[in-house]
Design a protein around this ligand. Structure first.
Ligand code: GAL
Length: 475
């Protein structure tokens, strides 16, 4: 860990933010004309979420926005990243019906942020897909790309006079694998081996259409920037002198980040190694159906170049070891053939999957610089959770923000990575998907047992605020 004398340094216009997502904070799941989303359906079925909790009320941010705004101002954030609930704006997912109360809610949030000199960054889709579109096939169906594009155009038209930073889709890799292969996220499907690739493909097509719509119709007048938020761990070989482990670590990077980053930032198609690998495994298991990894059509807006910056969500690192399988089953595990290991020297705090490895972020940033043509990068999520009895004096989490930002500073100053901003996950403790409210990622504690849902700044929030006030040079 770095010492306090090792002060991080940031460029003059570095962006200081925190992130949230609609389903995780808003509540009001069926109020004021909102249509149901797949997370409503998923959580209302028993046995899916920790203690069968739901986001029905969550932090009640739909009714308590002023409290969230106070938190944002207390931290002195320059930027706030939130997501729109698609079905709050368009209850059945299409522009056939617009919910004016939903529009009014987000107008208010955006206007309040701007009145307080905070810049909004909006995610159009952060896991909470409209149920009525799911019932029509959702991301599996090819026509979703046009439906998403209409939703995006509606948002640019309605809010784009004030919103200048857009993200289309949050973490497509997580949506595809957890939602369609492993089934632990909504919509809870376990269609092994092919669906995740089809869903990912339609997400990329949808994203590219929305970027081109923005570029041709809105950019000139609105002058904003648009991307999609990609998640990635940092992966390195368990034994760097074992070539099998080296290729397994590469495969991990290819299938996690490369899957979405390569088409958008590098070649316009999936990584060559990914296509080759999927074909090889398909053959080995005797699969002779349609190619599992679809091809992009030349008749559609190109996916290459459809991003104005690189948005990265980073949480953790893994050591990777090659793990042979018998090649009998068609699923993503077989495609990957690897084991992910947490190095014993890495502290694991809060949730089990989250080994705290700030230096992994620096390595990943450097990798992105080299692999994806030195893009401007915003770190759109990064954080560290606590579980069990609440610790308001969360010294370790405070330290985590310091250590992480030291690594970001080194990536900028020593590695020459073009990093434009950092968004902590999350502003508030909130509904952490399958883990419900048992896992707390907030810079602010939320007391979910008190009907006023009071928000109180943790020690880690104070640490983050101190780093911001020391380094923020915005006027
Ligand atoms: C991300 C996700 C967030 C948040 C975070 C912490 O994958 O985008 O919504 O839950 O993980 O687990």
């Amino acid at each position: 860990m770095s010492s306090r004398s090792d002060e991080p340094v940031f460029p003059r216009h570095f962006v200081w933010g925190a992130s949230t997502a609609a389903y995780q904070i808003e509540g009001a799941w069926n109020e004021d004309g909102k249509g149901p989303g797949i997370w409503d359906t998923f959580c209302h079925r028993k046995g899916r979420i920790f203690e069968d909790q739901t986001g029905d009320v969550a932090c009640n941010s739909y009714h308590l926005w002023e409290k969230d705004l106070k938190c944002i101002l207390q931290l002195r954030l320059t930027h706030y990243r939130l997501s729109f609930s698609w079905s709050r704006l368009l209850p059945n997912g299409t522009t056939d019906h617009i919910n004016e109360k939903g529009v009014a809610y987000y107008n208010r949030v955006i206007d309040d942020l701007l009145a307080n000199h905070v810049t909004p960054m909006i995610t159009l889709y952060h896991f909470d897909f409209p149920q009525s579109l799911q019932d029509r096939g959702g991301w599996k169906s090819a026509d979703i790309a046009d439906i998403f594009d209409s939703y995006a155009r509606f948002c640019f038209q309605t809010f784009g006079d004030r919103v200048k930073l857009w993200l289309t889709i949050n973490e497509p890799q997580i949506c595809c694998t957890m939602g369609y292969e492993e089934g632990i996220f909504a919509p809870g499907l376990q269609e092994l081996g092919t669906t995740a690739y089809v869903v990912g493909h339609n997400m990329l097509r949808a994203h590219a259409k929305a970027w081109h719509s923005y570029n041709t119709i809105f950019r000139k007048q609105q002058g904003g920037l648009l991307s999609l938020a990609l998640n990635s761990d940092w992966a390195e070989p368990l034994n760097p002198s074992n070539p099998d482990d080296v290729s397994a670590a590469k495969r991990h990077r290819t299938f996690e980040l490369g899957w979405f980053a390569c088409p958008v930032f590098s070649t316009g198609d999936y990584p060559v190694a990914m296509r080759a690998r999927i074909e090889e495994i398909s053959k080995a298991v005797g699969y002779d159906g349609a190619p599992r990894l679809p091809r992009f059509s030349e008749d559609e807006p190109p996916v290459l170049g459809s991003a104005d910056f690189f948005a990265l969500n980073y949480y953790t690192s893994r050591k990777v070891r090659a793990a042979g399988t018998s090649h009998r089953e068609l699923n993503m595990k077989t495609d990957l053939e690897l084991e992910r290991i947490i190095d014993p020297s890495w502290p694991v705090c809060g949730v089990k999957w989250l080994a705290v490895v700030p230096e992994g972020l620096r390595k990943l940033l450097k990798h992105i610089k080299v692999e994806y043509n030195n893009p401007a990068i915003y770190i759109t999520e990064n954080g560290f959770s606590q579980i069990g009895p609440v610790e308001m004096e969360d010294i370790q989490r405070g330290r985590f923000y310091w250590d992480t930002l030291c690594q970001v500073s080194k990536a900028i100053c020593e590695d020459g990575v073009d990093i434009r901003g950092y968004f902590a996950w999350s502003l508030l403790d909130n509904f952490e998907w399958s883990d419900g409210f048992s896992v707390r990622f907030g810079l602010f504690h939320v007391d979910f047992s008190n009907e006023e849902f009071p928000r109180t700044m943790y020690h880690s929030g104070k640490e983050y605020a101190a780093i911001i006030s020391k380094n923020c040079q915005h006027s």
